[in-house]
Ligand binder design. Sequence first.
Ligand SMILES: [Zn+2]
Length: 310
Amino acid sequence: MRSAFSALSIILTIFSAAMAQEPAARFDWAQAQPHWVKPIEPFRIIGDLYYVGTEGLAVYLVAGERGHALIDGGLAGHEQTIIDNIAALGFSINDVKYLLNTHAHFDHSGGLATLKEVSGAELYASAGDRSALEGGTYLGFESRTAFKAPPVEADLYFFDDADRGNNPKSSLQGVVISFGDSATLRSEDTPGHSRGCTSWRLEVEEAGANYDVLIFCSATVAANRLIPPQYPGIVDDYRLTFEKTRDWNPDIFLANHPEVFFMKETREKQKTGDALAFVNRGAFQKYIAAKERAFDTALETQMREASDAN
Ligand SMILES: [Zn+2]
């Protein structure tokens, strides 16, 4: 019995050594999705909110007099594009004090580890995405090499039940980051697309008027399995997000994939002198209603496939 056990241990040791030696051949997303890494001119969206991402992956800078917040990190290996964009706008990566994330999927969290190191900023993230951030994985697809991201630890996890009452900066309601005289950023729990999918609400001022901005995480099913679940509770999480957002009607709806809010076309309109080009009241309602219908269809399809397989 004992010798069988040690033989098994040796086999396991050899197996894990072989795994460790095998270079992690990373899927080349830059080649598959060239617009994800294609640099574009950064610009001010409205108020103290700036676009510092690439053509195909949004990264936002909220500029404050006592420090900035950066939302999302893009794809790993392309952090310099973001740093250069921040500099081109007259700001510095060294003044970024808060790193935030919409969700821990490689195309939005991949750059966070490097950006954290370079900026020295604190990363605030939702507890639901903790395992994915720290493991550098996509929850439920832990072994998929193409979906991996450099692991990163947050300085603070919010929406954390275990943390309740123990951390003055964190609560089940999330975090509020105040930039003093300018903007205030507030997290909103919108789970489903990832377990910790976090949307960000922001109040900005432009020419004496206030605007309510929503940087929405996502509600697409995309690569997620609903049946069997990508993670336990995923279907309820999507439902919660659709329920919660039903009456949201921000003045400005933005997302982490810029085509969702027609960024390219809107930026052209802005360039012609329309300072309020990004105001798109009603756009979120249309978006989220379409996503709920798509979710229902995907759930039906996956249920049918599951019952056919049995
Ligand atoms: Zn995603």
